[in-house]
Design a protein around this ligand. Sequence first.
Ligand SMILES: NC(=O)c1ccc[n+]([C@@H]2O[C@H](COP(=O)([O-])OP(=O)(O)OC[C@H]3O[C@@H](n4cnc5c(N)ncnc54)[C@H](OP(=O)(O)O)[C@@H]3O)[C@@H](O)[C@H]2O)c1
Length: 251
Amino acid sequence: MDVAGRTALVTGGAKRLGSHIVAALAQSGANVAVHYNTSAHEAEDVVASVEAAGRRSMAVQADIADPDAIGVMVSAVEQEFGSVDVLVNSASSFAPDPFPTKDHSIWLRTFDVLVHGPYYLANAVAPGMLTRGEGVIINIVDLSAWHPWPDRGAHSVAKAALLALTRQLAVELAPSARANAIAPGPTIPAESFDDAQIDRLAKRNLLGRWGGPDGVVNAVRYLVESDFVTGDCLTVDGGERWGHVRQRFAD
Ligand SMILES: NC(=O)c1ccc[n+]([C@@H]2O[C@H](COP(=O)([O-])OP(=O)(O)OC[C@H]3O[C@@H](n4cnc5c(N)ncnc54)[C@H](OP(=O)(O)O)[C@@H]3O)[C@@H](O)[C@H]2O)c1
C-alpha cells in the first residue's frame, strides 16, 4: 500500500518507539493519529512535528483496555481523517509478575493492554478496511512471544497471544486487508535501566548492541508497502534468537 494521503493510527505514538513509527508514516505521506494514554504533552509535540512535515495529525487519548474508549477514539479519527488504513499497535506495558501469586491483577491488566486492546482496535478499524478492500494492521510483539522470560509470565504469554491474534486477523481479514507483527530485540532501553543492564542486554545478541528505532521503522515501512505479506512476523533483534548458540560455543 502506498500510504500517501492515507490515514494511520499509531497506539503509544507519543513517545519512544511509537513516536518514531509516527514520524516514518508521516514521512511516507500519511496523515497520522497519535494515540496516547497519559503522555498528552508528548503527543502534542509529535502532532506538531507531523504537521511541520506537511501532513495532518491529531492526538487521541484512550486507555486501550477500555473498549468504549477505543470506539470513541476510532470514531473521532474517522470523522477527522476518514477510515483508518494503517493501524500500528505499539502501546504496551512491561510489568513483572512473580509466580506463584495470590494477586491476579497484573496478569489480567497485562492481557487487557497487550491482547484485548489490540483486539478492540482491530475490531473497530476492520469494518472500514473490509469495505474499502484494503488495510494493514501491524502488532508489535517481542521475543518473549517464543522465549518465556522469567518473572514476566503475563507479558510473555500475552505477547504470544498477540502474535497468535496477528495470524488470526490475517485469516479473518483476507483477502481485503493484511495483518503482520514485528518482534524487536533491544531497541530503546527503558528509562529505569542502569548502564550495567543496558550493557548486559546488548551482549545477548549477535551484533552486541542496541538497535535503535530505525530497524523497526524500516520493518513497518516494508510491511505496509508489501502487498503479498500477511500473517507473518519480522524479527528485528540483532540475532538475539541465536545469541545463546554463540554463548554455548564460547563456554
Ligand atoms: N523498547 C524496546 O527496546 C522494545 C523491545 C522489544 C519490543 N518492544 C515493543 O515495542 C513497542 C514499543 O516499545 P516502547 O519501549 O516504545 O514502549 P513503552 O515505552 O513501554 O510503551 C509505549 C506506550 O504504551 C502506552 N500504554 C501503556 N499502557 C497503556 C494503556 N493501558 N492504554 C494506552 N496506552 C498505553 C504508553 O502511553 P502513555 O505514555 O501515553 O501513557 C507508553 O508511552 C511495545 O509493544 C514493546 O513491547 C520494545
